[in-house]
Design a protein around this ligand. Structure first.
Ligand SMILES: *Cc1c(COP(=O)(O)O)cnc(C)c1O
Ligand code: SF4
Length: 440
């Protein structure tokens, strides 16, 4: 047993060389890679990840090491060289920033646009913290949750700023959210996302939830919280000063008549094996909340059927419901992680075959693309030809949901853009329509 509650310590580029475990276990070359790649991609770990998750005897292959530590291959060789050179020659901060921003720009042309795309307009105002793409579910990005307890190396949504506004701002933001949901009767779910909402103290989270709690919104059935805190800092629910307060807040949500779904991001079974995470899961489930799990499929981390089989089995045994397997987007640093669509499906299927029905709740592998979430159903032979069968799990046009369709077989395709329609069709059916989802 732990005698003293562990206190969260962030390890970043500024202090990582002072950490004893890192100092002892990383080669000088690996430290150099962290230093160089860490200029461009987010790098933050913490004492829990270092002390309880990483298997230091298995570097550099350890999945949690790959998940949290920048690796040389995450940058293109010429980008790596130019940053290394700039550091070596003592380039000024301005020069380095210029270089780093240019590289980032090339790695990451999409996400900002994606966000801006689905921002609704309500009473003549653009609702900046809200994204509404699919009819039933509204995404809410609390201003105070734009960071995480550690950063995944495959993520680009690292924080741009740390908000300094207080509770008042939270209240205002979420009152707008409540008004928006009330005015859109088809909305049944709200998903709190970020960053990680569980970076917030319970009092702040409560301020965000308050407008939904003081009066039950009739059309709102489920409140979801998307979080990686169980993987990166389960002490949030055990020994942090606000642990009990957060759990009481969850109970309040449930008592108010909402379904509370904790959407837990886990990438590897290792994250489910510590005493701390098992206990945290039990405490969350005791509030009446349900834990559903999701993860992208990533080379170097979990691109093997056993990885998924073991993870899903463990999740079910802890009372969590496997929910999504996502496909990594093949842009920028994702080329280090990306797995071809067809191979994603083979991994999914092989793992799916080895678990009981209780773990077959998982949907995937799924691409979150412009038109919607598209699931790879597998390869089908018709006559002498192979085809990829796909379908919409979720779509901006509700009528497309569940509709199967075919693409020409392509073992090298990483994303929807790489696919061509089957049977010599010129377009996929969803490319022919300009349907726009009416928000109000
Ligand atoms: C995945 C997703 C949702 C939720 O979809 P479900 O199928 O209900 O889980 C909502 N909005 C966006 C933008 C999403 O990507
Ligand atoms: S937990 Fe989510 S938002 Fe945070 S770094 Fe990982 S992928 Fe990105």
């Amino acid at each position: 047993m732990l005698h003293q509650p562990p206190k969260y310590k962030a390890i970043t580029l500024a202090n990582f060389k002072k950490n004893e475990l890192i100092e002892r276990n990383l080669t000088p070359a690996q430290k150099h890679h962290v230093e160089v790649v860490g200029q461009v991609l987010p790098f933050k770990v913490n004492n829990y990840v270092l002390d309880e998750l990483i298997d230091w005897s298995d570097l550099p292959h350890d999945p949690i090491f790959q998940l949290t530590f920048p690796q040389k291959g995450m940058l293109a060789p010429q980008d790596f060289q130019s940053v290394a050179q700039a550091l070596k020659s003592g380039a000024s901060k301005t020069e380095l920033n210029h270089l780093v921003n240019a590289i980032r720009h090339n790695l990451n042309p999409h996400p900002a646009g994606q966000l801006e795309h689905n921002v609704p307009v309500f009473k003549n105002t653009r609702l900046k913290g809200i994204q509404h793409k699919y009819r039933e579910t509204v995404l809410f990005f609390p201003n105070q949750s734009q960071t995480c307890h550690a950063y995944c190396t495959f993520c680009f949504r690292w924080p741009q700023f740390v908000g300094m506004d207080g509770l008042k701002f939270a209240m205002q933001e979420s009152r707008t959210l409540a008004d928006y949901i009330r005015a859109n009767s088809k909305v049944s779910d709200v998903l709190f996302t970020g960053g990680d909402p569980m970076i917030m103290r319970a009092s702040r989270m409560e301020a965000y939830l308050e407008p939904l709690l003081t009066q039950k919104i009739p059309n709102l059935r489920s409140i979801r919280i998307g979080s990686k805190v169980l993987g990166y800092w389960p002490y949030k629910f055990l020994t942090d000063p606000d642990a009990d307060e957060m759990l009481r807040l969850f109970e309040r949500v449930v008592k108010q008549g909402y379904h509370l779904s904790f959407m837990a991001h886990f990438n590897h079974v290792r994250e489910l094996e510590t005493p701390a995470v098992e206990k945290a899961i039990r405490r969350i489930r005791n509030t009446g909340a349900v834990i559903r799990t999701q993860s992208p499929i990533m080379r170097h981390i979990n691109d093997h059927p056993h990885a998924w089989r073991d993870m899903w089995r463990k999740q079910v045994s802890l009372g969590c419901i496997p929910y999504y397997m996502f496909i990594a987007r093949d842009t920028g640093a994702q080329s280090y992680f990306a797995v071809p669509l067809e191979r994603c499906h083979r991994i999914y299927r092989e793992a799916y075959q080895q678990v009981s029905g209780l773990a077959r709740t998982v949907r995937g592998p799924s691409m979150s693309a412009g038109p919607g979430k598209i699931q790879i159903l597998g390869t089908v032979q018709i006559g002498n030809e192979n085809y990829l069968n796909l379908r919409f799990i979720q779509s901006r046009n509700p009528e497309w949901v569940g509709k199967p369709f075919f693409a020409s077989y392509d073992a090298e395709a990483f994303w929807l853009d790489d696919l061509t329609p089957a049977f010599n069709q010129e377009h996929f059916f969803f490319e022919e329509s300009n349907h726009v989802l009416g928000m109000n």
